[in-house]
Design a protein around this ligand. Structure first.
Ligand code: BMP
Length: 259
């Protein structure tokens, strides 16, 4: 049977990476395939939105390098919320350097990403050494990696042969690479497909972002929909909006698997 039509329950048995398994288990427990991308630049705003959307999400995506008042307490408070509401954390770091450098960027510096993010991601432009490097840090900690195989933005170079190369690289590191940031299902194997560029009522922004609806991206193969401004854009309504997107994403999944 095609991965596309398998339930999250069946998909769970296709995965051995602990982060991938934890994500699928959380999706099933919460009946949520929604990841909210909380791109806010103060810790107070970030944590307020995370607390509001927490009940509706399986995953919170961060860009920790935009938080102006970052310190270890932001991570501590985020982890408290992840236990309170039951979600995983994905740092959207988009690593893009040689193996030796990404080892340091992943484990050290101000953010120490590997110590708190179950999932992170990487560009494949440097070649597979980037995966070897990240895996040397992440695998012993039970972390998982997503490769950027496609992007949502207009004019992206991540298409065609580039996307095929990302798939080939993933196949060489199946223990650590759990899936892709992509706009559709890739490959016959069970990869987790996380799709950004999602909003109800498509369109885009003035800087090249392009949106598709939850229904459309799930139909094309998204396992997790990533929504940023669509959820936190209207002040004070993030909780309500997250629940709306959770329902949309879940109904689209049920339609895809024929439930
Ligand atoms: P928004 O829904 O507000 O457009 O936010 C999308 C989020 O997903 C941003 O954090 C962006 O960095 C990320 N993203 C994206 O939009 N397209 C991609 O192809 C890959 C991304 O990580």
């Amino acid at each position: 049977p095609q991965v596309q039509t398998q339930t999250y329950d069946v998909r769970l048995s296709n995965h051995t990476n602990p982060a991938a398994r934890a994500l699928l288990e959380c999706i099933l427990r919460k009946r949520s395939n929604l990841c909210v991308s909380v791109d806010l630049s103060t810790s107070a705003e970030l944590l307020e939105v995370v607390d509001a959307v927490g009940p509706s999400v399986c995953l919170i995506k961060t860009h920790m390098d935009i938080v102006e008042d970052f310190d270890q307490s932001v991570i501590d408070r985020l982890r408290v919320l992840s236990e309170k509401h039951d979600f995983l954390i994905f740092e959207d770091r988009k690593f893009a350097d040689i193996g030796n450098t990404v080892v340091l960027q992943y484990s050290k510096g101000v953010h120490k990403i590997a110590s708190w993010a179950q999932l992170t991601n990487a560009h494949v432009v440097p070649g597979s050494g980037i995966i070897t490097g990240l895996a040397s840090v992440g695998l012993p900690l039970g972390r998982g990696l997503l490769l950027l195989a496609e992007m949502s933005s207009a004019g992206t170079l991540a298409q065609g042969a580039y996307t095929d190369a990302a798939l080939a690289m993933a196949r060489e590191h199946r223990d650590f690479v759990v899936g892709f940031i992509a706009q559709r299902r890739l490959g016959d194997e069970d990869w987790l497909i996380l799709t950004p560029g999602v909003q109800l009522g498509s369109g885009g922004d003035s800087m090249g972002q392009q949106y598709n609806t939850p229904r459309e991206v799930v139909r094309r193969g998204a396992d997790v929909i990533i929504v940023g401004r669509g959820v936190y854009g209207k002040r004070g309504e993030a909780g309500k909006e997250a629940e709306r997107y959770r329902k949309e994403g879940w109904e689209a999944y049920l339609a895809r698997v024929g439930g």
